[in-house]
Structures are given as structure tokens and as C-alpha cells.
Unconditional design. Structure first.
Length: 452
């Protein structure tokens, strides 16, 4: 943008040129009028019109130049450079800090300020996140490379783990020549502590199982060797082996029960926190063959996924129905999506003359695009792209559901419509001993699941 004084001088120069041109034009018009014997007033009127048009053009040109002078040369100048970076980071749903070449925090969005308890800008990042690796990452970024992620363990004010992702150095587009580095911070405390708890659990469970397992192996070796012809010793050893086997069975049963209780206790608070209602409806009592803990886990996994995907204020519908025999029309008979919705068989149900029970679980979440449906049930395949990293899970929940359904020879179907929701339908065969089923409150035979 030029200097305003130069523009005024240019306007003045143009004005003097116009005066000279006007005088010359008047002389030319007067000469033409004299030679052609045209009345002089016609020439004067022509000259006046010329002057009016020139003045109008000058004013219009000055107005255009003035409006251009008020606008920045760069259309993005209002959000360029450091100010643009600050505006962008404040709008992102992650903790982000902007560092200068010396590692000082020149901007931090609200999430970053809260995460690392930052109260003042202009201080080095290492003041708030103490770790020697920050200096090395910053040097790598200033060299033009993308540094490796850094995991920081903080013990004050409370134990936490923060993952730091550094960008390479980036120039600020404001003409100042400054360079900045972006740092994305994530609180991974729950993930790290969860992994530690799982490792401790596996170590403890392995220790508890190791003793009875060693006893069993020892007695089996003895029975195959010295005691194989000693009936008295064999009976005594078999009794001890039975006790050790029962001990392992109790441990495994307790672990499965604990897992089931934890899942049940987890779903209710999660649904309350998200403002989601769970509505269950059954039409008839049912007894189906299968493993009780695994069947419950199958349903809990699907209900947990539905809870995560459902928007606040929505309702998850869980319906148990009985049909006299299997036919495709029973699928999603209790569903709420349109009948034209694309359906995919994750595990087809076998045909059988026995009555059929269906469990339909419907949510009002974002739904899956059609191209995702063929991959639902694959291990580590996650389709919840809009969820946070903590809500997405491991991608194994539906794989476990598929495995349990296949193990029980149960059908598993899914249909989903983007923007309307997702529905799962589980198809179980009725137990062949239903005619001899115990009363409603009586215990169910071993190997059967009583679904109420």
C-alpha cells in the first residue's frame, strides 16, 4: 500500500493535466466552430459536459481508492500469523500450546491452561511440565523435523500422565519472521493406569492359578509313574486333584462374575451421565441353551456400545420376543428403523424347527455408513469416528459379541441408517427341554441360560 501523500500528489497531477487538456479542447472546439460556422454555445456546452464527466470520474476513482485503502492487502490479515494460530487453537477440542523458538508459551487454549495449571504466559513449557525430554523435542522441531511423542509422568498436584505431540517449526505469516511450534497435549492417565491395573490383575490371577495347576501336573505325573498300580494312592491323589480343579473353577467363576457386575455397574452411571434412558420389554419368559456369563456379556457389550453412541435425551430400546419358528421376517420385528434399511448378517442364524427368541437392541446414535457394515465384528475395527479417544474403546467389543454368538450358534444381525441409529438383533434357538422347564423361580439346569 503506497503512502497517502503520493496518492494526493497523483490526484493533483491528474487534475493539472485535465486543466491543460480542457484548455486545449476549448481552443480546438472554438477553432472548429469558427471554421465550420457552428454556434459557439454548442462548443461551450460540449466542453461543460466534458468537465462534468471528468469530475465524476475523479470522484469515483478517489472513492474506490479510499475503500481499497481501508482493506488489508491480505484477505486473511485479520486472522494471520500468531493471532490466527491463537484463534484456531481456542476452537479445537484439544489442549494445545504455542511455543516460540525459546520454548516459551506465547499462547495456550483454555483446555491446555486447565490441563497443566497454567496461570501466566511467556514462561517456558518446562515450568509447567517438568521433563528433560522437552528440550530435546524442541531442538528437533527447530531443526525442521517432527519430534517423537513424549510421555510425561507428573506426581504433583496428583499423579497423572500427559502425552505431548510436537509439530515441526512453522513461520508466522505476519511478516515478522517469527517461528512457532505447536504442542498438542492429551491426558492419558486413565489409559496408563488402566494398563497397569490390567498387568497387575494378570500377574495376580496367574499367581493364583499357578499353585493348583502345579499340583495337578505333579499328581498327574505321579499317577502315571510310581502310583499307577497303587489304588489307594490313586484315589487319594484324585481327590486332591479334584479339590485343586474346583479351586481353579471357583476362581474363574468369580472372575467372570466380577466382570459381569463391573459391566452392569458401569453401564448405568454411563447412561445417567449421558442422559440416556434404557427401556426393556419382554413378551414371554425364555430358556435358551448357552453359557450364562457369556450370553450376559454379549448383551452388555451391545448395550454399552449403544449407550456411547446415543445422544443425550434419547432412549435405548431392548426387546425380547419369541417366535414359533425361524424365518427372515422375525429380524428386527421390534426395531424402529425403516424396513428398507440395509441389513447385514454378521453371523447367520441356522434354520431349525424349534421356536426362536430374538433380542433387539435399538439406539438413536449417528448410525454407520453402508460401507462400514461388512467390517462390523472385525477385531480392532472401530467405526465410532466422532467419539473421543476414551470413548472409542479397543475395537474388540463387537468382535467378542460375534465370537459369543457363533459359539452359541446364535444369529447376529445389524442394520444402521446414518443420522437415525443402529439396531442389533440376536437370534437364539429355544432349549429343547423347554417342555420340561422348571418353574419361573426355580434354578436352571447347568449349561442353560435363563433370560428374564
Amino acid at each position: 500500500m503506497g503512502d497517502p501523500m503520493d496518492n494526493e500528489a497523483l490526484d493533483a497531477l491528474r487534475g493539472s493535466d485535465i486543466v491543460v487538456l480542457s484548455v486545449l479542447a476549448f481552443i480546438a472546439i472554438a477553432s472548429m466552430a469558427a471554421l465550420a460556422r457552428v454556434p459557439i454555445w454548442i462548443g461551450i456546452a460540449t466542453l461543460a459536459a466534458f468537465w462534468v464527466s471528468i469530475i465524476f470520474f475523479l470522484r469515483l476513482s478517489r472513492a474506490v481508492r479510499s475503500s481499497r485503502r481501508k482493506l488489508p492487502a491480505d484477505p486473511d490479515a485479520f486472522l494471520s500469523g500468531a493471532r490466527f494460530a491463537a484463534t484456531l487453537t481456542d476452537a479445537l477440542p484439544q489442549a494445545i500450546a504455542v511455543l516460540d523458538r525459546d520454548g516459551r508459551v506465547i499462547h495456550a487454549n483454555p483446555m491446555a491452561r486447565s490441563l497443566i495449571e497454567m496461570d501466566t504466559l511467556g514462561r517456558p513449557l518446562s515450568v509447567y511440565v517438568r521433563d528433560s525430554g522437552i528440550t530435546d523435542r524442541l531442538a528437533t522441531a527447530l531443526a525442521g523435523y517432527t519430534p517423537e511423542p513424549l510421555m510425561v509422568h507428573r506426581e504433583v498436584p496428583a499423579e497423572s500422565y500427559i502425552s505431548l505431540l510436537f509439530s515441526s517449526v512453522t513461520p508466522v505469516e505476519d511478516g515478522s519472521g517469527r517461528m512457532i511450534v505447536l504442542v498438542v497435549m492429551n491426558d492419558v492417565t486413565e489409559l496408563v493406569l488402566g494398563n497397569q491395573r490390567r498387568a497387575d490383575f494378570l500377574a495376580n490371577a496367574s499367581h493364583e492359578l499357578k499353585t493348583p495347576m502345579a499340583s495337578l501336573l505333579g499328581y498327574i505325573e505321579t499317577l502315571r509313574g510310581h502310583a499307577k498300580d497303587d489304588p489307594e494312592a490313586r484315589e487319594r491323589f484324585l481327590g486332591i486333584m479334584a479339590q485343586q480343579a474346583e479351586r481353579m473353577q471357583r476362581l474363574i467363576r468369580d472372575l467372570l462374575s466380577l466382570r459381569r457386575i463391573e459391566q452392569s455397574e458401569h453401564i448405568a452411571p454411563m447412561a445417567d451421565a449421558r442422559g440416556v434412558k434404557l427401556k426393556y420389554k419382554k413378551k414371554k419368559r425364555s430358556i435358551v441353551p448357552g453359557h450364562q456369563d457369556e450370553t450376559i456379556q454379549l448383551c452388555l457389550n451391545l448395550i454399552e456400545n449403544a449407550t456411547k453412541l446415543s445422544p443425550p435425551g434419547s432412549t435405548i430400546y431392548i426387546t425380547l420376543s419369541r417366535f414359533d419358528q425361524w424365518k427372515p421376517g422375525i429380524l428386527f420385528a421390534d426395531g424402529r428403523l425403516p424396513e428398507t434399511t440395509t441389513t447385514r448378517a454378521i453371523n447367520p442364524a441356522p434354520t431349525s424347527p424349534l421356536p426362536i427368541y430374538t433380542i433387539t437392541i435399538s439406539d438413536s446414535g449417528p448410525g454407520f455408513a453402508r460401507e462400514h457394515l461388512p467390517r462390523v465384528g472385525e477385531r480392532f475395527y472401530r467405526v465410532a469416528g466422532d467419539l473421543s479417544s476414551q470413548e472409542k474403546g479397543t475395537g474388540l467389543g463387537l468382535a467378542i459379541v460375534k465370537h459369543i454368538a457363533r459359539r452359541h450358534r446364535a444369529g447376529l444381525y445389524i442394520r444402521s441408517e446414518p443420522g437415525q441409529g443402529t439396531e442389533f438383533c440376536i437370534v437364539y434357538q429355544e432349549s429343547q427341554s423347554i417342555a420340561e422347564a422348571p418353574p419361573q423361580d426355580a434354578p436352571v439346569k447347568q449349561g442353560e441360560t435363563k433370560t428374564v
